[in-house]
Design a protein around this ligand. Structure first.
Ligand SMILES: NC(=O)C1=CN([C@@H]2O[C@H](COP(=O)(O)OP(=O)(O)OC[C@H]3O[C@@H](n4cnc5c(N)ncnc54)[C@H](OP(=O)(O)O)[C@@H]3O)[C@@H](O)[C@H]2O)C=CC1
Ligand SMILES: CC(=O)C(=O)O
Ligand SMILES: [Mg+2]
Length: 761
């Protein structure tokens, strides 16, 4: 569900069914492994496997450090758990922890380009667990321990740190501590407090809690001012029940015995315990301008809404992504390991952790530049109570944190590789950002802050209904499902979908009061093209594409999505009967091909069969505009089977003419051609043409004709493991997207989001 929170931000959450579908659709789970070398020929096999593989084997035997050069080790982290403390859900075992661990692995990749694999170890025996992990050392550049209960996690981590020569990092301890400390520094600054006099209560005395208070104490927080609580209440000196050495180390002299007593007058409370552990009266009893970090996952100790009912002076943070101030270790572990791996650190020490804390805290105080604002739901946050910590999608994290961590590792002598130019390193790190994820994130965030009414023309289809519900749940706007009452209800019932929810409207074309207006509109457009009034009426009454397109044309909806039940060109013809080309534009299809951190736009993949030179030049301009809107600086290659005049041929001549037209038009983006795809996409091949005007490999490919566009994108998708989005329909006066026939609900949501985005910009 999407709703406006009392804190003024759109809260987005998902249904349980969506969460299950997300995990089960396509290849079950969240990751797969792909090779980095072609394994196509006998020679490849001889190099990758026997006999060639023996050579790096011997090299590594002679010098173990070369494993970083010849294997995946230097970029590979294992996420390892036994499932004894899965989020705040408790001990649900190794197997049940797998979705979380796969998730952590995916986040490593997504946010910091660290390769990662999840390993679930089915034992609660500490020695067995340690032995299992210690012998895996050669495989990895680092070990991320996850969701292992206290106090076992303390023993496991410290023994493994002694036994292994790579970073062993229990994320729930140190990842959480780093983020919480960064948030705390900023919240103290905003409320005029300091480390010496602030009184803090920490509820929970497990992995995360102990690490949080150890880190802030190491940073100078006055230990006398921290009270730790667990399920038995305050951890005071002399307590015997439910104790262990880690709790004892933080026991204080106090008469307070319960959490309620501890929280009275406290300035700060950390929740690292369980859902609902804080009550309204506890929060009410805190000092003025209290700082409340309710970090239990998936549900916090108290929600921001509940706190807002009680007091308006609180700085509130949770571990969740759907509230402001997400204090969650996702802001840390990908980047901390990135920095540690890049200097081949033997450990992650306190100096590296504190460097990460400071980098994170400072980032939240910096101005949010334009190209980053999109990561913040289109708003530009300013350092303040609602923004004490960056969001996980902040693209600056990838350069800010690893640099600080790597620098600290080098300064403290745990780096086994020096980075001499940290400025250049920061630059390289930015290039590791997944551009399309950033682009799609930008689209979604923009739409979320400018929600739209999108008509889903094929509302009777099950996957369309699911997409519409996701669209509404994601806070993207209102989804209008077009369909007849009975079939629509029957499908919804069969699929167990409840359409009676906010953000969903159902429109039955036959019963609509707008039929007449749409008919007149369509008749006026078609009467000189051989259509009678009754033809227009029939199209509106019986054809959902025409009805939906007229809704958009006459302003009853902002955008439209269709295509799952009809082929692309038919759907496009339907739409174009109702909607004109935008003045000064040309309607084209642009596909987004996403592979290995590269985003390539391919045009025209939908409309022009055999474009003329003039049309090719228009296509280049439209596609460059799309690249701009996605945040890419366009480098447009006009492709042909020939490169700069060789071999000659009629189609290549047309492409060359298109380049001359662009010259005459004086367009402001980079373009060149004609060239082959290999030259456009490979910098070494491009270097062979030093006169080529592109400053780097192309990110927009203008195809000479639709067949080459369609064939190449489809081939790449099927054979190359590429993700292809689109074709996105560009250049219409109103916003329409046409999904592929048989598209899945997630594809339809993306198309609807793009349609909504185009209606918004
Ligand atoms: N936001 C974030 O990034 C992170 C959040 N967390 C959250 O922190 C919580 C704890 O995780 P973790 O430290 O790994 O787990 P552990 O199992 O190591 O520790 C749990 C601790 O919470 C205490 N506890 C449980 N329920 C209550 C309660 N109602 N009142 C007081 N104390 C309670 C336990 O007390 P006792 O010792 O008496 O059993 C124990 O000390 C989880 O909800 C987890 O999701 C964890 C890591 C990161
Ligand atoms: C976020 C996390 O690691 C946890 O809640 O366990
Ligand atoms: Mg965890």
């Amino acid at each position: 569900m999407a709703s406006e929170t009392k804190t003024g931000r759109t809260k987005v959450s998902v249904t349980e069914q969506e969460a299950l579908d997300f995990h089960s659709q396509g290849r079950p789970g969240k990751l797969e492994i792909t090779p980095t070398k072609a394994m196509a020929t006998q020679r490849d096999l001889s190099l990758a496997y026997s006999p060639g593989v023996a050579v790096p084997v011997k090299a590594i035997f002679a010098d173990p450090a070369t494993a970083y050069d010849y294997t995946t080790r230097g970029n590979m982290v294992a996420v390892i758990s036994n499932g004894t403390a899965i989020l705040g859900l408790g001990n649900l075992g190794a197997l049940a922890s797998k979705p979380v661990m796969e998730g952590k692995s995916v986040l490593f990749k997504r946010f910091a380009d660290v390769d990662s694999i999840d390993l679930e170890v089915d034992t609660e025996n500490v020695d067995e667990f340690i032995n299992c992990v210690r012998y895996l050392g050669p495989s990895f550049g680092g070990i991320n321990l996850e969701d292992i209960k206290a106090p076992d996690c303390f023993i496991i981590e410290s023994r493994l740190r002694e036994l292994m020569d790579i970073p062993v990092f229990h994320d729930d301890q140190h990842g959480t501590a780093i983020i919480a400390a960064a948030g705390l520094i900023n919240a103290l600054e905003l409320t005029g407090r300091d480390f010496k006099t602030t009184k803090l209560v920490c509820n929970g005395a497990g992995a995360a809690a102990i690490a949080c208070i150890e880190l802030i104490k190491a940073m100078g927080f006055n230990s006398e001012n921290i009270i730790l609580c667990d399920t038995k209440g305050v951890i005071y000196q002399g307590r015997t029940e439910g104790m262990n050495q880690w709790k004892s180390a933080h026991a204080v002299k106090t008469d307070r015995r319960t959490l309620r007593e501890a929280m009275e007058g406290a300035d700060v409370v950390f929740g690292l315990s369980q859902k609902g552990a804080f009550s309204a009266d506890m929060i009410a009893s805190m000092a003025d301008n209290p700082i409340i970090f309710a970090m239990a996952n998936p549900d916090p100790e108290i929600t921001p809404e509940e706190v807002a009912e009680i007091r308006s002076d609180a700085i509130m943070a949770t571990g969740r992504s759907d509230y402001p101030n997400q204090v969650n270790n996702v802001l840390g572990f990908p980047y901390i390991f990135r920095g540690a791996l890049d200097v081949r650190a033997s450990q992650i020490n306190d100096a590296m952790k504190i460097a990460a804390v400071r980098a994170l805290a400072n980032l939240a105080r910096e101005d949010v530049p334009d190209d980053v604002a999109a990561a913040y739901q289109g708003q530009r946050p300013r350092f303040g109570p609602q923004y004490i910590i960056p969001v996980p999608f902040d693209p600056r994290l990838i350069s800010a944190i690893p640099v600080a961590v790597a620098k600290a590792a080098m300064e403290t002598g745990v780096a086994r590789k020096e980075i001499e130019d940290l400025g250049a390193y920061a630059h390289e790190l930015s290039a590791r950002r997944d551009p399309i994820a950033a682009a799609t994130q930008r689209i979604f965030e923009h739409v979320r802050s400018h929600p739209k009414r999108v008509v889903f023309a094929e509302g009777e289809e099950e996957q369309v209904m699911r997409a519409a519900i996701s669209f509404a749940n994601l806070g993207l706007g209102t989804a209008i499902l077009l369909g007849r009452d009975e079939p629509l209800k029957a499908t919804a019932e069969r699929a167990g979908i409840d359409l009676d929810r906010p953000g969903i409207e159902v429109v039955n074309a036959r019963m609509s009061t707008r039929v007449e207006a749409y008919t007149e509109y369509l008749y006026a457009r078609l009467q000189r093209k051989g259509y009678l009034h009754r033809d227009a009426q029939r199209l509106i009454n019986t054809d959902r594409n025409h009805f939906a397109a007229c809704m958009v044309a006459l302003g009853d909806a902002d955008a439209m999505v269709t295509g799952t039940t009809r082929n692309y060109s038919t759907a496009l013809e339907d739409v174009r009967r109702c909607i004109d080309t935008a003045p000064g534009h040309r309607v084209i299809g642009v596909s987004l091909a996403l592979a290995r951190g590269r985003t390539i736009l391919v045009a025209d993949t939908a409309v022009h069969d055999m474009p003329t030179a003039e049309e090719l030049a228009d296509i280049a301009e439209e596609a460059a505009g799309v690249a701009h809107r996605l945040g890419l600086e366009p480098r447009v290659a006009l492709l042909a089977y020939s490169t700069f005049g060789h071999p000659t041929g009629e189609r290549s001549e047309r492409v060359r003419e298109a380049v001359k037209i662009l010259d005459r038009r004086g367009v402001s983006f980079e373009y060149d051609g004609e060239m082959g795809a290999d030259v456009a996409l490979n910098s070494h091949r491009m270097e062979q043409y030093p006169f080529c005007r592109l400053s780097g490999t192309a990110n927009v490919l203008v195809m000479p004709a639709i067949h080459s566009a369609a064939i190449s994108t489809k081939m790449l998708q099927e054979l190359g493991g590429l993700t292809v989005m689109g074709p996105l329909l560009i250049g219409l006066e109103k916003s329409v997207q046409i999904a592929q026939m048989g598209a899945k609900d997630s594809d339809i949501v993306n198309m609807a989001a793009i349609a909504a985005y185009n209606a918004a910009v």
